[in-house]
Design a protein around this ligand. Sequence first.
Ligand SMILES: [Zn+2]
Length: 475
Amino acid sequence: MNKLLPLGLLLVCIPLSGQKMTNSKKAVIASIEQHQSKLIQISDSIWAQAETAFQEDDSSRILADYAEANGFTVERGVAGMPTAFVATYGSGKPVISVLGEYDALPGISQKAQPTKSPLNEGAAGHGCGHNLFGTASLGAAVAVKELIEAGKLKGTVKFFGTPAEEKFFGKIWMVKAGLWDDVDVNLSWHPSANTEADVQSTLALVDFKVEFFGQAAHASADPWNGRSASDALELYTTGINYYREHIKPTVRIHYHIQDGGQVVNVVPDYSRLWVRVRDTKRSGMMPVYERVMAMAEGAAIMANVDYKISLISGIYEVLVNRAGGEIMQKNLELLGPIPYSDQEMAFGRKIQEETGKPQVGMDSGITPLKETKENPGGGSTDVGDVSWNVPNINLGVTVAPKDTPWHSWAVVACGGMSIGHKGMLQAAKALGMTMADLFENPKLVEKVKAEYTERKGNETYEAIIPEGPPPIGNN
Ligand SMILES: [Zn+2]
């Protein structure tokens, strides 16, 4: 009895989650700080190169080389994509992974300054902060590897280098190749304008190409001999735009006209659009997708042309994991707010002035864990596909001032200077600390897995991609 009493007290005093500042977490933080200048150098190098989807040759190589130099076994060119790789260290269970992205966005090149000025006119820029994303995640994986190497943690850590998030969605092919099959829990993060464990889903989407094939003719001399592919294109988009009146508010339909004919005096014999349908759930998206595809036939009949539809890819909405979010949130709170200098706050306010936002600087606080919304707004991510195949814990960390227009020059600017660097290092620490929690506490892994199983229910995952290799080299 006497012996049991202290144990009872111990159980009361230490939460089951074990979420306090452990020695492992201190070691994670120390590792990130020790490697800080190298991590910033890697991030800045990826930022400056700003390579777009499937072109990330240098960006993926820099990260893969760094993983290899740190003792990871690196498999390059996985799932048929030269710029995808997996870095593994350790052996046995648990297997905890973290993923990183590193692709840029076309046309938004920007210097690391708070007024709009391209670094290279017309070139790409890291308007989604993926230079920070890939580097922070790898920094966290290296910190965990050092703990495994020192015998402080047991198991396997993996870093997934995932290309082409902004276009084509490389993770789908990696999921299809079974790369997460042996993973217990995966972690991810995303650069943001606030800091929080992310427990919101994203939108499912499907991308497809619609082509119309007509007959060319002189636009004035013998237009009756012509059958216009661009007429079909116009009728098609008109149909889509009428249809907007009758879709649910959660649905989004976008199109990009890729080819509407070349010159004014030829009846165009070819036209092409990239069409995208989104909804908060795949179940809502699929019927809209079917309908928007059927409209292509209607447009083709009206314009007396032929048509072809080709699936590009489609991604799942993120399967949220609140149990994992709670672990992450506690670690964010252990880390505390990101401190900013007066110069950084001035940089942030200048960006807000330039983009017409309230000049309040960065949100340095930690947003409390939110309720998970039934119908989230916002964008889509191929992390969704990962999250239907392995429990996934998500994080957002401030790398830009409040209300910054995303995918814009303003995010590029912050990602190449200390505001972005600070967010990156904070993300690396929070990811590493959460991984340490999972390695040290099997009950947490079980809890995260149990929620995943419950949320997934009877749904079976089927990748929304055509047969064959990833569309490398396509537009
Ligand atoms: Zn992104």
